[in-house]
Design a protein around this ligand. Sequence first.
Ligand SMILES: Nc1nc2c(c(=O)[nH]1)N[C@H]1C(S)=C(S)[C@@H](COP(=O)(O)OP(=O)(O)OC[C@H]3O[C@@H](n4cnc5c(=O)[nH]c(N)nc54)[C@H](O)[C@@H]3O)O[C@H]1N2
Ligand SMILES: Nc1nc2c(c(=O)[nH]1)N[C@H]1C(S)=C(S)[C@@H](COP(=O)(O)OP(=O)(O)OC[C@H]3O[C@@H](n4cnc5c(=O)[nH]c(N)nc54)[C@H](O)[C@@H]3O)O[C@H]1N2
Ligand SMILES: [Mo]
Length: 777
Amino acid sequence: MTTLTAPLSEAPLDEGFRPHTSHWGVFSARMKDGELEVRPHAGDPDPNEIIQNFPGALRHRARIAQPMVRRGWLENGPGPDERRGRDEYLPMSWSAVLDKLAGELRRVRDDFGPGAIFGGSYGWSSAGRFHHAQSQVHRFLNTSTGGYVKSVNSYSSGASSVLVPHIIGDYEDLVKRNVSWEQIAEHSEIVLAFGGMALKNSMVTGGGSSKHVERGAMQRAHQRGCDFVLVGPLRGDLPEEAGAEWLSSIPGTDTALMMALVHSLVVAGLHDRDFLERYTVGWPVFERYLLGETDGQPKDAAWAAAITGVPAQAITALARRLHGKRALIVVAHALQRAEHGEQPVWMGMVLAAALGQIGLPGGGYGYALGAIGYYGRRYNAVPMPTLPQGRNAVTDFIPVARISDMLLNPGTSYRYNGQTRTYPEIKLVYWAGGNPFHHHQDLNRLKQAFARLDTLVVHELAWTATARHADIVLPCTMTLEREDIGGNANDPLLVPMRPAIAPYGEARDDYAIFADLAERLGTAQAFTEGRTVRQWLEHLYEPTRAALAEAGLPAPSFAEFQASEGYDMPQQDDDGGRLRAFRTDPTAHPLPTPSGKLEIFSQRIASFGEADCPGHPAWLGATNVPDAASPFVLVANQPRTRLHSQFDFGGHSSGAKHRGREVARMHPEDAEARGITEGDIIRISNERGACLAAVNVTDSIRQGVVQLPTGAWYDPVDPEEDKPLCVHGNPNVLTRDVGTSALAQGCTGQLTTVQVERFDGNLPPIQAYDPPVRRPS
Ligand SMILES: Nc1nc2c(c(=O)[nH]1)N[C@H]1C(S)=C(S)[C@@H](COP(=O)(O)OP(=O)(O)OC[C@H]3O[C@@H](n4cnc5c(=O)[nH]c(N)nc54)[C@H](O)[C@@H]3O)O[C@H]1N2
Ligand SMILES: Nc1nc2c(c(=O)[nH]1)N[C@H]1C(S)=C(S)[C@@H](COP(=O)(O)OP(=O)(O)OC[C@H]3O[C@@H](n4cnc5c(=O)[nH]c(N)nc54)[C@H](O)[C@@H]3O)O[C@H]1N2
Ligand SMILES: [Mo]
């Protein structure tokens, strides 16, 4: 710890603006004349407009005002029910609903054991450190039901987070303590970004960011003469400020392109043999594959051109440009959120190794840089407040994106990271802070999976499609309705989050709901430790204060912190992490891989014997190959105007829709061939489902590709049907629910193939935000 910034408070807030933070940035808020006003943090050079979703969302009709129970569950008791998703809801008092829920938790725990409860509860919830819903639900289940079946990994990095420990070592270190934005601004000479580094993505930071630095860093690098090259289907994945050259490529083919780049280096004798010798294992095996000695197919530029759509000559020219420069290879998370998603992550490392750049400032492998705002920054030098979750007595888990498989196929086996595992039989699912009807693939299949349950419990602030499938819906507060501490380990500002308004209707904090449930289960002391919210905040803040004091820095008391506009924490050096240390001295600082080196061939992965993830990076063939029935590749990427599905009904998100529908993009020639023009409504479909969207016709997308972001709330026009049309534009009715490979079983939601037609029928109204109809009981 050397870069000690003295704590500094920002310009004082005036006229009742109170500090707050969200995953989309630090901001302040006030109520004026009954309206919420928000404004970005004064020190933020490039604020995120997503905060403008708050005002319209705060009291929107989609909010949930009181506890609700699904009629079928109330009348028939727990059990499988096809009506989930189209049933009606009846209001119930808090005390009655918590009595019922406590009884049901007790029944499942006593009759089937805690291993029949799935509490993975994946999702981003909100930014506060205490009211973090996923931490709350885990803590509750650990203290009060004897634990739960959990999920491991994320939808974000399902393939890479399993692969990287085998081949590079420390995943966190790779994404967070490796190549920083400061290094790019100062050192990089060429940045080759597969899938880009879209500002819309880095504007989002789990826990919130006080300064969005990415645009400025790319601008400074570009002005200094650094070249940016974007490979991918969308021109907008690098900002104007980067001055990037766009190599338009077919999605899902990056591994082949990277191989051809390495092949071009090798045949020209330009690969860094010393680096490969000293820092890697397995190059000779891979080189034989690359040159075609093992399978008769050299992975050369002509071969790759046919697969990727990038001309052979552009590939060889790019290889030469990369050689001899401070070159940075970036691979977006998106590339591994696809079938065989492990391959581009592995091959990106091999390309960076062949260039000999790994471990140099601004060079090497910036995996996922720019995907989220906490990558490529410094770590704080003091601990951040964190709610302890307790110990889970159940050891069973699933890879997070295998939820439908688990619910549909209990007792069957599957492969994961070298193990053969068995899906448990789940009776009750508890969700707080996530939206599987946003995040999961093949929603019609997910619906069938949820129909199998005895009970689905959801805490939500709004009537998401997940809430509409639940048996018990408990309304929770939204972040602006409660007090918290905001921050994350890679942003200096610790924020006293202050409420702007009282809770909506009967909504309660997740903590209060769990505390009352724990009371009923006889575990209140274990869950609450006797603390009020305020006492928890003080308790969680204390380690940070103590560390500041120990470092000899001003260490405000909790009361002082609470009354401030935030304090900057000291930060660690930008030291390049383990990869820099390894480069400097590979013997003293081996990587935490089996060999201690970068593994181009992994004996361990080879020993797992998976055909879909062999022992070295391999081109396993394209999986999203368009055909006559589904002639387009659909890119279902992150939305620009919101975080996932959160506040889709907010002003900024809904203002970007057209005729109420999410906007898809397609190329002018594709549109013309189908009689589609700007602003038309289109029907996007495949064998799994169909949705409507509005269309933006633009040449900033590759021909043959259609893009529809995630996050429009699932809105089935006729929920009685097996595969109802989503009239709003949720791409997850189309995506395939399969794992990346038997190694990682990650989410593959980014790409699929689809048909596109103009929709000339009567346009059904959007009903996604209307609370489910309720007959008076
Ligand atoms: N097709 C496709 N699908 C994808 C992806 C893709 O690229 N393509 N990307 C995937 C990725 S990377 C991710 S991370 C997932 C994201 O999936 P999720 O994280 O599940 O999506 P969110 O919309 O952020 O869901 C958070 C939910 O928490 C609720 N919430 C907010 N605050 C609170 C609170 O205080 N308490 C409670 N109880 N609830 C709260 C919000 O209302 C919201 O419904 O989606 C994945 N899905
Ligand atoms: N505004 C906003 N920002 C977000 C989020 C959000 O919901 N909204 N979600 C956050 C989360 S949780 C995560 S995990 C990150 C996700 O970070 P990413 O997964 O990297 O983000 P995406 O926008 O899904 O994809 C980035 C780009 O990759 C390109 N792409 C897709 N497939 C391919 C391919 O096969 N090859 C190439 N070369 N390019 C391809 C697409 O054009 C896409 O725009 O974003 C974070 N940032
Ligand atoms: Mo994510």
